[in-house]
Design a protein around this ligand. Sequence first.
Ligand SMILES: NC(=O)c1ccc[n+]([C@@H]2O[C@H](COP(=O)([O-])OP(=O)(O)OC[C@H]3O[C@@H](n4cnc5c(N)ncnc54)[C@H](OP(=O)(O)O)[C@@H]3O)[C@@H](O)[C@H]2O)c1
Length: 297
Amino acid sequence: MKKIIYTQFGGPDVLQLVDAEVPRPGPGQVRIAVRATAVNAFDWRVREGQKLGAHPVRLPTGLGLDASGVVEEVGENVVGVDVGDAIFGEGVETYAESALMTRWHRMPAELSYAEAAGYPSVVETALRVLDEVGVQAGQTLLVSGAAGGVGSPVVQIARSRGISVIGVAGPENQDYLRSLGALATTYGEGWVERVRGLGRVDAALDLAGSGVVPSLVELAGDPDRVLTTADLDAPKYGVRFSGEAGDVGEALAQAACLVAKGDLRIPVAKTYSLEQAASAHVDSQAGHTRGRRIIVI
Ligand SMILES: NC(=O)c1ccc[n+]([C@@H]2O[C@H](COP(=O)([O-])OP(=O)(O)OC[C@H]3O[C@@H](n4cnc5c(N)ncnc54)[C@H](OP(=O)(O)O)[C@@H]3O)[C@@H](O)[C@H]2O)c1
């Protein structure tokens, strides 16, 4: 089978398409014929050699976490899934024609394989940060980086819970954020005043890591009501960094439920072939994705 690997840390050009052995599922795992896999910021951060303390990597390695596909083989102690089932979830080294999955759920009928691959890790993150920031129905949540992979489910899940949202994104994404039910404004010069003009802020999320944490504290009025997924300097301002993944199985079940109810749909910004994995990383690193970038096998 074909698979993307890298043998040294570096830029997108370290990614190589190689022939590899088809992996065999261990206990609690299944193997899928991958139909689609999502590009996460995590993938290119690890490829660059970032986060090595928290995520030690032995080279050569493959990459990729989120995938959708068709079950090809079922490991020991696995119940409730059969060869031929369409699933989506999290696995290991999913930029490949076949991959092992560790957490999965039956794929929602409403989604294509390309769409479904985009949900697992960003929905887990969205549910986690909404719970950790502690925002309630009837309150207003400010979201910086609202149009991206994590922002898209954050805005929609918040709206489905009766939370008002002020979303901050670039000019191209203002109508998109409004279509999700948020008030929208642009980042850049004067953005804090523009947010103030849209209303009072009860809690705030930094999903872009653009250095706005002190301003979010000012707007929310208390560092306890601010959370970031992207700014490692946040604790300097008394703000929590959320980095520990929650219950992925529960997140997949909730994603399927929200999709079925019409409360959640994450757009696919662009699809790529496995051979175009390096271009997908270049585009993701540019930092202006609406929804998800997906490699389709
Ligand atoms: N800690 C965790 O558990 C965890 C989990 C998932 C992700 N993350 C991190 O969270 C961050 C977001 O991930 P993602 O998947 O959502 O990324 P993404 O899909 O690349 O989205 C980034 C978004 O940020 C927006 N943006 C760019 N510059 C901005 C600025 N100055 N102000 C406000 N928004 C801006 C972009 O909107 P425009 O196109 O409109 O500019 C884009 O939609 C990444 O740093 C990722 O590594 C952390």
